[in-house]
Design a protein around this ligand. Sequence first.
Ligand code: ADP
Ligand code: MG
Ligand code: MG
Length: 513
Amino acid sequence: MTTPSHLEYPPELSSEEERYLLSTLKDWSIAHGLAVRPAPSFVPTAEDPSGVLATTAPVTLFPSLFPRVCFEEGLGIQKAYNKLYSAIARDEKWLQGIVEELIDIDEFTGKLWQTHLAVKKEGYVQDLSLGLFRSDYMVHIDPSSSNSSPGLKQVEFNTIASSFGGLSSRVSTLHKYLLAVGAYPASATTMIKADALRQSKSASSLAHGLAAAHKAYGLSRTKRPLCVLFIVQDPERNVFDQRHLEYALLEECGVRSFRLPFQETLLHTSQDSDRTLLYTPPSSSSTTYEVTTIYFRAGYSPDDYPREDEWNARLHLEKSRAIKCPSILTHLAGCKKVQQVLATPHSPHLKRFLPDESVASRVLATFAPIYPLDESEAGKEAKKLAADPVSAVRYVLKPQREGGGNNIYRKSIPPFLESLPAAQCPAYILMEMIEPPPLRNAILRNGELHKGGVIGELGVYGVCLWKNGSDGGDTGEILQNFEAGYLLRTKGDQSEEGGVAAGFGAVDSCCLV
Ligand code: ADP
Ligand code: MG
Ligand code: MG
């Protein structure tokens, strides 16, 4: 896809054109909630004592070029990915085999597993589970192939707190608006055409996923009003992204939801004798609600658990009769180790969960090479590659963590491994870097414009609601399974990480080519 015209995109703007584009973009963003709370260091609390300030979310000025075939394939296989990960989450024994290698060396994974076991001991009282997933990809061109058509390679699969579904819908609408009002120069509109821009329906689709769980929960046993509970971090800069889901849930589906900071869980929730979860908002009306669905936008990072109280809170929520999005098993299904095991060449695992060969082969085609760092033959080989400064530059080393900022890249890998106790190695996986073709764009972030080479990462959202089997094996039944829109995140090509919230990237939309 790297033709000269791609590198001439986006066009140079005159200073007048740039000023017009920026002012149009900034106003639209704030007017439509394409926004984040300011970083604390940017706005001393003295300047914003009531916490009313917001700023435009980091965005690209132009929609980035993206190969149409890759885009269609990513969206096309999302239902298969939903099926795969819901099957993994249902198969406790299989998951146990994977997690067992981690629990003694990775404290966080170990705590999650123990929390699951503690609930299992008393018996789970809710057999429905909800996944709001996001499968992340980069475009890859195989340098060794004569047929250099672009393909998609998966970066990772998220099963908890998959973010940016709210803002993603907004940024595709923004780019369409900028085209419609003539904010792009005529030279850009040979590529940016209405039918090449893809609207992401993620905010609405994810809200419909939450609504499906809410409905499947059934009637209130306590004769109280029903609600969905968003478990959130506090403070949260990316609050509007979550708010868009809340608003869509109420406006499109008529479902009431509340935000509850994770650390306040035990203060404001309680359980009935049958483990029905009750929530009393801290407002003056103090009606008590029955919680149908718990949507975790917190709890994925060890930083969310500063005290034992937070582990007690996670246990309390997992034990309840509310539907969890995600359950602990679903959370664990998203760990990098699972992705590595699935990607093992000639392994039987993918077939086990996706028996239809044509479906499995499409999913398999999106796997990049990933290796264990354990005592297996493949693990020993991978340790050699990672320890050698010449070969290490083609890899990224990942721990079992979420939320960005945790990986070790390229030449930093050998010294890191040297300092790592050998027993800790199997807590990491080694992945080949995906090297996407060069692209250019301009990113507006914290009021500053950055122009130059960029790397895009496509995220495809998926909703899956399923019933767990009673035997802990891969039985059960899928009640809802749909693709739920997309996210394009774009970062400067000098940055290894791509997280928008973590401070490296911007939200973007696809201009298909
Ligand atoms: P997290 O769960 O913390 O988001 P990721 O696996 O998504 O972890 O890694 C974070 C970022 O690192 C990605 O968004 C991407 O920019 C970069 N990255 C991760 N794996 C690869 C890879 N194999 N090739 C290129 N970049 C990668
Ligand atoms: Mg992740
Ligand atoms: Mg990621």
